[in-house]
Design a protein around this ligand. Structure first.
Ligand code: SER
Length: 318
């Protein structure tokens, strides 16, 4: 990777990944691609090049790729699961028509492409626990339908045209930097904000609902390590299960209570979020990622909780 374009660079993952990539590959080598309704600000804007790059506009993508001699595209434009369910056609347009645009540009200009998949790519018929790498994927959400299609289309472009496509199935991502917005797993991030603000947290996901989660530093490292992985070791490509921790609302609540004993939580279950969560697995097996590119998460629930509470205290209270 010499010159990188991040599409969706101002979003939940992009806002942090772009800065991490600039740290590794040099500021001038990483282009922040954004849409006008989500402009880059602060460090993201000041530390390197930025270009309007709408994933639904193939000419725009090609222009930026040519101008910056891009050889790797991180295609992060997407709607999260709850928002997508409200706007299924838009979710498809961004997720799949957008991916098609990216893959075509990548084919023509010989770029590698990373497009995230998700735990949402699984459905009710998938085994619930320790989900194997290769298994049934019959999702019931439009988010999941678009993620499975992403995986298939990316593999297709690799097989048919040799485009170097790679991907991971992200768990719910937790970060103190950019809030997710519109996902089913957002509660696992929001709960920390409430705890640090000294507020009671009302949980939209029911007790006993387990989902895989991951702290953002691990997620960012996964993106980079997979794209740097030796291609001859990769048996799979789109997309690898990766895992770090699996918990239900009580699990994360108790982890926070250990450090904030006064913290309180009650429940007001959101039926759409709950239906999404119920259709997703409890936990994934990431053995293939371990074997093929030495993946290993660094943060478990306790280590993440200590860091989240400290970083949010700095962000919200100082
Ligand atoms: N975090 C996503 C969501 O909740 C799932 O990958 O929509």
């Amino acid at each position: 990777m010499k010159n990188i374009l991040v599409i969706g660079a101002t979003g939940q993952i992009g806002s942090e990944l772009t800065l991490k990539l600039r740290e590794i590959y040099g500021n001038t080598h990483v282009v922040c691609g954004y849409i006008p309704s989500a402009k880059p600000r602060g460090e993201l804007r000041e530390s390197g090049p930025f270009e309007i790059c709408d994933v639904t506009n193939p000419e725009q993508i090609a222009t930026v790729v040519l101008k910056h001699h891009v050889d790797t595209i991180y295609n992060l434009a997407a709607l999260l699961s709850v928002v997508a369910e409200g706007r299924p056609q838009l979710a498809w347009k961004i997720g799949i028509d957008g991916l098609w645009n990216v893959l075509e540009v990548a084919r023509e200009h010989e770029c590698a492409v990373f497009t995230p998949s998700s735990i949402g790519s699984f459905g009710p018929e998938t085994p619930r626990n320790n989900v194997p790498q290769d298994t049934i994927q019959r999702p019931t959400t439009i988010y999941g339908v678009s993620k499975v299609t992403t995986e298939l289309l990316s593999d297709y472009y690799y097989r048919k045209y040799g485009v170097d496509t790679r991907s991971v199935r992200f768990p719910g991502l937790i970060s103190y930097v950019t809030p997710p917005g519109g996902g089913t797993t957002d509660y696992a991030c929001d709960i920390y904000y409430s705890a640090v603000r000294g507020e009671k947290f009302t949980c939209p996901i029911g007790k006993g609902t387990y989902m895989d989660m991951m702290y953002m530093p691990d997620a960012l490292r996964a993106c980079v390590e997979l794209m740097e992985a030796d291609p001859y070791r990769l048996i799979h490509r789109n997309a690898f299960n990766i895992a770090a921790m699996s918990f239900d609302p009580e699990g994360v609540f108790n982890a926070i209570k250990k450090y904030k004993p006064e913290f309180e939580m009650d429940y007001d279950v959101d039926p759409l979020k709950q239906a999404n969560a119920d259709s997703w697995p409890n936990s994934l097996s990431d053995v293939a990622a371990q074997q093929e590119w030495d993946w290993k998460a660094e943060y478990d629930l306790d280590k993440m909780t200590v860091d989240m509470l400290a970083k949010l205290r700095e962000k919200l209270i100082r």
